[in-house]
Ligand binder design. Structure first.
Ligand code: C5P
Length: 232
């Protein structure tokens, strides 16, 4: 799939999500559905957005024993989403099982990407709570390589890590990156941020953008600006 901007639809209900997307008229942004919306509305919200012509990244971050994840992925695969994800911390065995579950009888499947370390986990928490005594960036890269070895299509990472991930796992290994802000805007709670143009320069394949679009006075204009800067 070509590079694109993915709009994080972090809304609590289908009604709010559809009202937001109605503003785009005939334009059909690539959207991300996360846990909040999926748990509130169930698979029907995915079907509705698919019927409306959106491409969908279903961000449910699965993490369980391989057999459970395999069966869950089989269900998600039938929803015909474009990208799904899981935690690389579930091990290569879990990632391999996930791919098996995701692959349809005709051999097609959604793209599968892995979360490495959450950006909310810092070096201290990793060392003191998870007992992982390595530099965070080394851990992120090791998890990315595990995901590539298991046959996954890419990772969710910071745009600042996209270059190293490509170097280590190959140019075609996807980097899907949140933490994007316009140059003239605030950061919200994001810390390590880049602009859409910066993410392009750093080699991100997809940028995930929430509040700069969802909370903009004119979301359609903000989405268009984001695409112009990222895809230029
Ligand atoms: O509003 P904002 O642009 O910060 O939204 C970014 C989206 O990307 C949110 O849905 C957030 O949960 C998600 N995300 C993130 N950082 C990660 C993984 C996902 O911000 N490491």
């Amino acid at each position: 799939m070509p590079k694109d901007v993915i709009v994080a639809c972090d809304f609590p209900s289908a009604a709010e999500t559809l009202a937001f997307l109605d503003r785009f008229g005939e334009e059909k942004p690539f959207v991300k559905i996360g846990m909040e919306l999926f748990y509130a509305e169930g698979p029907q919200i995915v079907r509705t957005l698919k019927e409306r012509g959106h491409r969908i990244f279903l961000d449910l971050k699965l993490h369980d024993i391989p057999n459970t994840v395999k069966k869950a992925m089989r269900v998600l695969s039938s929803l015909d989403v474009d990208i799904v994800n899981l935690h690389a911390a579930g091990t290569r065995a879990m990632m391999t099982a996930a791919l098996e579950g995701l692959t349809r009888p005709d051999g097609t499947r959604p793209l599968l990407i892995a979360v490495t370390q959450l950006t909310s986990t810092d070096q201290t928490a990793m060392e003191e709570e998870l007992l992982i005594e390595k530099p965070l960036e080394e851990v992120v890269m090791a998890y990315a390589r595990n995901a590539a070895a298991a046959g996954l299509d890419g990772v969710v990472c910071s745009p600042l890590e996209a270059g190293r991930v490509h170097e280590s796992c190959g140019e075609s290994f996807l980097t899907v990156t949140p933490g994007v802000r316009f140059a003239d805007a605030g950061k919200d709670d994001q810390k390590r941020i880049t602009t859409p143009a910066g993410a392009r320069a750093l080699g991100s394949d997809y940028i995930v953008v929430g509040r700069p679009i969802t909370r903009a006075e004119d979301p359609v204009a903000a989405w268009k600006r984001c695409r112009e800067e990222f895809l230029a």
